[in-house]
Write a protein that binds this ligand. Structure first.
Ligand code: HEC
Length: 234
């Protein structure tokens, strides 16, 4: 695959002053904000495993480039997810501004992993997005992740108030696990029903980049996957 020409310029930048910061607090729940520009819909793209639903207030607020370290693993996890989300979003905004929304999907495929890794390295953490129906095979949920996912799915049948988990892994490191809900209709443009939600042109790019894609057929409100953050060693 030939990377899109802009991919080298998609370096993570400090989030302060990003135009997306003004949009972000309203962009997730509001259709009106999303209709501002078509790009708005696409920047939601790969980026946007929405932040943990139970911490909407925390994650909707602008994220300082270097949040004060917290000793509470839950707080640290939330901060790291919010930061990854924010950096991805501003990078996508930049890419779309430069080369238009049609490249957003290719941008995602090239840049998401390195951008997330940059945030993780800066925090001494590991960040992963896992899904039971993955687009990128690297994001396919493991057995343990599948168990969390099934658990969240059962909870989702009775409540939308899903609570992130903090668990200790085999190496003794704390892990923060937060559900990703497909909460915006625009996610459906790339993860909904082919033919009705996903435009044929978009589908063609998905099929080219991700021949084993399973991340389609989702409905609004479905569990899309998990953020999983292995927190820095204490
Ligand atoms: C422009 C198309 C597009 C839109 C719109 C879009 N995504 Fe994605 N999404 C992608 C691509 C491409 C990937 C694979 C990225 C990669 O290779 O790591 C992806 C991957 C993901 C992943 C990682 C798991 C996996 O399947 O690989 C999650 C979680 C996710 N998207 C959630 C969302 C949510 C939530 C929304 C709506 C807020 C959304 N996406 C909207 C294109 C899109």
């Amino acid at each position: 695959m030939t990377p899109p020409p802009h991919h080298r310029r998609g370096q993570p930048r400090p989030t302060e002053g990003s135009p997306f910061q003004q949009l972000r607090p309203s962009i997730l729940p509001s259709h009106a904000a999303l209709s501002l520009v078509l790009a708005g819909s696409l920047l939601l793209g790969c980026d946007v495993s929405s932040p943990p639903p139970t911490s909407a207030a925390t994650v909707a607020a602008p994220v300082a480039p270097s949040p004060a370290p917290s000793t509470d693993p839950r707080e640290t996890g939330k901060q790291i997810v919010a930061q990854a989300f924010s950096v991805l979003s501003s990078n996508l905004m930049t890419a779309i501004g430069r080369s238009g929304p049609s490249n957003a999907l290719e941008f995602c495929s090239v840049n998401v992993a390195p951008i997330v890794a940059t945030v993780a390295n800066a925090r001494g953490a590991e960040i992963r997005r896992a899904s039971h129906k993955a687009r990128n095979p690297a994001n396919q949920a493991s057995a343990a992740e599948l168990e969390w996912i099934r658990n969240y799915q059962s909870q989702l049948a009775v409540t939308t108030n899903l609570v992130p988990l903090v668990v200790t892994n085999a190496a003794g490191r704390a892990e923060f696990v937060a559900p990703i809900i497909l909460g915006n209709p625009l996610c459906l443009q790339c993860h909904g029903q082919p033919g009705s939600d996903i435009h044929p042109a978009t589908l063609a790019v998905i099929d080219r980049l991700y021949p084993s894609d399973a991340a389609r057929g989702f409905k609004l409100g479905d569990l899309r996957g998990l953020w999983r953050v292995t927190l820095p060693a204490p």
